[in-house]
Structures are given as structure tokens and as C-alpha cells.
Design a protein around this ligand. Structure first.
Ligand code: ATP
Ligand code: MG
Length: 445
């Protein structure tokens, strides 16, 4: 094959690191979204949708110029008006920009918001790591009380447990601007004569933000991090009190957690409480399902008033992969009450209107009007798990009737065409009441 031909053949394809979410997977995505929405309602969080595109400056300022996300992974471009824009790599900066821009500090605090949407990072594609991936995230802005930390962590924990996953919280405190400088000094001192054993990135990180060395994924750096000084030993009185109170509340709430001094998170804005969620019984080396933390300085940094805040973000692909892996039992997928089968040109013509009448009569309906044979249509009805099939043929048209076939028992009855909606409802109601015929209510992935 000539090089030219090869290009032509391969140019229309999925971009590396991107992923199609196919119709066959949508029921799992719906399941996750609906659980997230229901927990959000219970805990009083309202949905917010911010744009996918923001000024690059927002992420440089909020996420941090020295983070991997901003320095290496962002999709940035200059648009036709000359504006420097980026596809959002994470949700929090946009939500906080919106909080400030829409004067939400005048509302009762904390303002509790959640989002569900795609994020973009030029990460190295591998299992559970894509360049467009989905996150859901929760933010509580405007309250510094440790009970807010505990409640949001408990909520984070409960969402994943409600999804059928066995998880635990890895938690840490990274202090605040008062106690962190002393810790940075101790860290820098610790790494001073170990520079030659660090990866290239970490030698740079040592100068700009030594905290970043603790979550480096290179094996040698991880080994060094094991022995590094821990922030919890350097917390000032206020930060220490805040952290111990959060842990006490979590004990009360029976949230499973482990103290992990290396949970420093890959974003610059965190203060005090930080956490990640991992599967239980794993050694922590596994990819996290998500993480969060307090960020008491971000609102001010982005031009707002000094406002404490806390939030988390969870990776949906990683959660969905776990749901598939563990074969979590999902609620029943959509199934039609009736499947409308038609035989002959005249019946097909009448089916369009009948289909609308069935829908308007409150029934869920399905069809494959382009098919001719009854056998084909019955097979499709079976595949779609329809409860009843309505069969409209030439004879029924002439008689003003229609056939109802119960797909579980195979019993067929002729009913008056005009009363068909009522007849189906009657049968559905008696089926629901009949325990012996109770239909399956769950389905494995
Ligand atoms: P990692 O250390 O795995 O790169 P991270 O610290 O960069 O994760 P966060 O910014 O904390 O990730 O994002 C929260 C969650 O979003 C992650 O725990 C993960 O589930 C998900 N996530 C992050 N990057 C990706 C990606 N490239 N593909 C899929 N999911 C991702
Ligand atoms: Mg990352």
C-alpha cells in the first residue's frame, strides 16, 4: 500500500486516548449518573454546568503552573479572536470562577454544587487513563467547619458504596500557609543529598514545590518518599485540631479510612484535609477512583473574598470499569410494555397511528416496522424483552381487532382494536399483582 493510500485509510478514526461510549454501555453510565444525582439531592447539592472551554489563565492560576496537569497535559489553543483558551482539565476552577462571577457569596453559605462532565488531559493513554474522561465532582463553598469535611467525605464514600464498590478513604492533612513553609524546609533538607536518585521531573519539583515529590509515580522516587518527613508532624495547632476533629467525625460516621501521609494531591490549591478513594484491600499503588480536599485559598486567589471551600472529583471511567469487573447487579434496564408487530401493507400503514395512540395511552412501546415477517418481529420483541406483542394483520384489520401475545406464557388473545390500550393496561396490572409471575427486577452488567 502506498503511503498516500495508508493516510487516506487511517485518517478517519478515533483520536488517540479518546473513547466512544457505546449504546450498549449507556445503562451503566445512566446507573452511575442517577446514583450521583440522587445522593446530591439527599445532601443538598445543586447541579452546575460550566463551559468546557475557559481562559488558560484560570487553570494556570488555580490548578497551578507547576502541576503536571497544567505544565504537560492541557489542551490549549488560541482561538480566532486571539484568546488563549484551554479545554478544562478539571472541574473545580470553572465552578469557583462561576461562584465569584455570579456573586454566590451573597447566598447562604456553604453553596453546595455538583457537576458531571468531560475533562481533557493529554495523559499517557493506558487502562483507566484517557485524554477525554468524565468526572463527577462536588464542591461546598463558604464554610470552614470540620463537620463539612466529614460530611462531604462521608458522602463521597457513600456514593461509591451505593454503586456496589468496596472502597476506603486514604486521608491526610497538608496544613496551610502558616505551617507548610516549615515542612517544605524539612522536605527540602531530606531530599538535599538524594538528588541523584530522583527522576528529572522531581529534581525540578524540589525547587518549585517539594510536596509534588511525594506523589511522583517513578519507583525510585516512591521509595525515597517512604522515609520522607510527614506533614502531620508539622501541622500548626489550628490545622492539627481541624484534622483530628475531621477524623473523630469520620469515626462516628463509621467511614472506613486510612491515614496516608503521601496523599498530597496533584493540584496546587489544596489546604488541610486531602483524601483519595481507593478499592479496599489494595496496597494504595492502584489507580485512585478519585480524590478531593479543602481549598481555603482558591476563591481569594481567583479574585473573590477570602472564602473557605472543599470538594472532590471522581473519575467515571474508572468507576464504571470497576462496576463491570465486579459484575455489580444493576437495576432493570428499560423494557417495552408492548411491541407492535404488523403484517401486510395495510397493517403497516395503520401501525404508525396505533403506535402513537399506545404511547399516548401511557404505554412504553417498541417496533421494527421495516420488517415484514412475524417470526423476525417476534424474535426482535423477545430480544427487547417486551412484555406483550400486539399483532396487527390483514384479518384483524378487517375484523377491527388485534392480537395480544403474552411473551412469558405465549398465550394469545384477540381483543377489540379500539380497546387495546385498556386491555394492555389491564393485563400489566394483573401481572404486577401476580407474585408467581413476578418479573425480574435486576440485571447483571
Ligand atoms: P492520577 O494520579 O491517576 O493521574 P490524578 O491525581 O491526576 O490521577 P485527579 O486530578 O485527582 O487525578 O482526578 C480525580 C480522578 O479523575 C482520578 O482519581 C481518576 O479517577 C480520574 N482521572 C484523572 N485523570 C484521568 C484520565 N486521564 N483518565 C481517566 N480518568 C482520570
Ligand atoms: Mg494525573
Amino acid at each position: 500500500m502506498s503511503p498516500k493510500k495508508k493516510t487516506a485509510k487511517t485518517s478517519i478514526r478515533l483520536v488517540k486516548g479518546m473513547k466512544d461510549i457505546l449504546p450498549t454501555e449507556q445503562h451503566i453510565w445512566d446507573f452511575v449518573r442517577s446514583r450521583v444525582e440522587s445522593v446530591a439531592r439527599d445532601y443538598g447539592f445543586m447541579r452546575i454546568d460550566t463551559p468546557i472551554v475557559e481562559f488558560t489563565q484560570l487553570f494556570k492560576k488555580a490548578t497551578g503552573e507547576e502541576t503536571d496537569i497544567v505544565s504537560k497535559e492541557m489542551y490549549s489553543f488560541v482561538d480566532q479572536s486571539g484568546d488563549r483558551l484551554s479545554l478544562r482539565p478539571e472541574g473545580t476552577p470553572g465552578v469557583i470562577r462561576a461562584y465569584i462571577e455570579h456573586g454566590m457569596l451573597n447566598q447562604p453559605q456553604p453553596v453546595k454544587m455538583f457537576y458531571i462532565g468531560p475533562q481533557f488531559r493529554h495523559d499517557k493513554p493506558q487502562a483507566g487513563r484517557y485524554r477525554q474522561f468524565w468526572q463527577f465532582g462536588f464542591e461546598a463553598v463558604g464554610d470552614a467547619d470540620p463537620i463539612v469535611d466529614a460530611q462531604i467525605i462521608a458522602m463521597n464514600y457513600n456514593i461509591l458504596r451505593d454503586l456496589g464498590l468496596d472502597i476506603e478513604v486514604q486521608i491526610n492533612s497538608i496544613g496551610d500557609k502558616h505551617c507548610r513553609p516549615k515542612y517544605f524546609k524539612a522536605l527540602t533538607q531530606y531530599y538535599k543529598n538524594k538528588k541523584k536518585d530522583l527522576c528529572v521531573d522531581c529534581t525540578k519539583r524540589l525547587l518549585k514545590n517539594p510536596l509534588r515529590l511525594l506523589d511522583c509515580k517513578v519507583k525510585g522516587c516512591q521509595e525515597l518518599a517512604e522515609e520522607a518527613p510527614q506533614m502531620v508532624d508539622y501541622l500548626c495547632e489550628d490545622c492539627n485540631k481541624h484534622f483530628t476533629t475531621v477524623l473523630e467525625y469520620l469515626d462516628e460516621a463509621e467511614v472506613k479510612y486510612n491515614l496516608n501521609p503521601k496523599i498530597v494531591r496533584g493540584l496546587d490549591y489544596y489546604t488541610r484535609t486531602t483524601w483519595e478513594i481507593v478499592e479496599s484491600n489494595q496496597d494504595g499503588k492502584l489507580q485512585a477512583l478519585g480524590g478531593g480536599g479543602r481549598y481555603d485559598e482558591l476563591v481569594k486567589l481567583l479574585g473573590g473574598r477570602e472564602t473557605p471551600a472543599i470538594g472532590f472529583a471522581m473519575g467515571m471511567e474508572r468507576i464504571i470499569n470497576k462496576i463491570k469487573e465486579k459484575e455489580v447487579v444493576l437495576p432493570e434496564v428499560w423494557r417495552p410494555d408492548v411491541y407492535l408487530a404488523q403484517l401486510g401493507i395495510e397493517a403497516r400503514r395503520k401501525s404508525l397511528k396505533l403506535f402513537m395512540d399506545l404511547r399516548q395511552g401511557g404505554l412504553t412501546v417498541s417496533e421494527d416496522f421495516s420488517k415484514n415477517g412475524l417470526k423476525d418481529q417476534l424474535e426482535l420483541a423477545n430480544k427487547k424483552n417486551a412484555r406483550y406483542v400486539l399483532i396487527l394483520g390483514q384479518k384483524e384489520l378487517v375484523d377491527g381487532t388485534i392480537l395480544i401475545r403474552d411473551m412469558e406464557s405465549g398465550v394469545q388473545e384477540t381483543v377489540d382494536h379500539k380497546k387495546v390500550v385498556k386491555e394492555v393496561h389491564k393485563r400489566l396490572a394483573s401481572k404486577m399483582n401476580d407474585k408467581s409471575l413476578k418479573i425480574k427486577t435486576t440485571k447483571k452488567v
